[in-house]
Unconditional design. Structure first.
Length: 201
């Protein structure tokens, strides 16, 4: 049987890599916006992860008349009242390097101790299809802000996001470890189950 093609409406290479790591071994071919170079940038003007996820996938479905999947995600920090949240990519500037963003967060958190360093990642994955209602899978991963950046793996905020049960930051995890516990890993598994169910019916 031919692989099912999944179009992930994203330009974020870290996200796309994780979709590939999880879906390609299951027999899917993962495409991304690099395969659709004439797709204009979509304005993410929703106020929730769910809304932004639907906006991004729906834009691709509307333009090309195809099924599309998107990921809207971010890091919500308790001590910052949930910020940067949906603004995670734009926080301190979209193109600002993450080692700088991470250092700024650590500096702002220097007097915040213990339990008060709580945070969570959220991932909303939307699937849109022509003439159908969008479906969204949303998952979180509860963590805390590390005392210092650690690890070289992953992307974005991973070096300062410490996951207590494994005793390491997301950037110190292997790809399989991160995918087994992360917000995105869980949401991709939800999506996969849903796709399998759809294929059977
Ligand atoms: P697309 O919209 O093209 O997918 P984007 O980077 O603009 O790419 P978002 O608006 O969803 O995507 O922003 C998500 C940001 O949240 C992302 O840029 C990272 O900084 C952060 N983020 C989300 N998941 C993460 C993860 O698993 N590890 C580290 N940082 C993550």
């Amino acid at each position: 049987m031919e692989n099912k093609v999944i179009v992930v409406a994203s330009t974020n290479s870290g996200k796309i890599r994780e979709f590939r790591q999880m879906l390609e071994p299951e027999g899917y071919t993962v495409k991304c916006l690099a395969d659709y170079p004439d797709m204009p940038e979509t304005e993410e003007n929703g106020t929730t992860f769910r809304e932004n996820a639907v906006i991004k996938a729906q834009a691709v479905t509307d333009r090309y008349g195809i099924e599309a999947i998107s990921d809207d995600s971010g890091l919500s920090i308790d001590a910052f009242n949930g910020e940067p949240g949906v603004h995670s990519a734009r926080f301190l500037g979209h193109d600002t390097p993450y080692d700088y963003k991470n250092r700024v967060i650590l500096e702002k958190m220097k007097d915040v101790k213990g339990e008060d360093r709580g945070c969570h990642y959220t991932c909303a994955i939307a699937i849109t299809r022509p003439g159908r209602e969008p479906v969204v899978f949303e998952e979180i991963c509860r963590c805390r802000i590390a005392d210092e950046p650690k690890g070289e793996n992953g992307f974005g905020y991973d070096p300062i996001v410490y996951y207590e049960p494994l005793g390491k930051t997301m950037a110190e995890m292997s790809k399989d470890e991160k995918n087994s516990i992360s917000h995105r890993g869980k949401a991709i598994r939800d999506l996969e189950q849903w796709l399998q169910h759809e294929e059977e019916h």
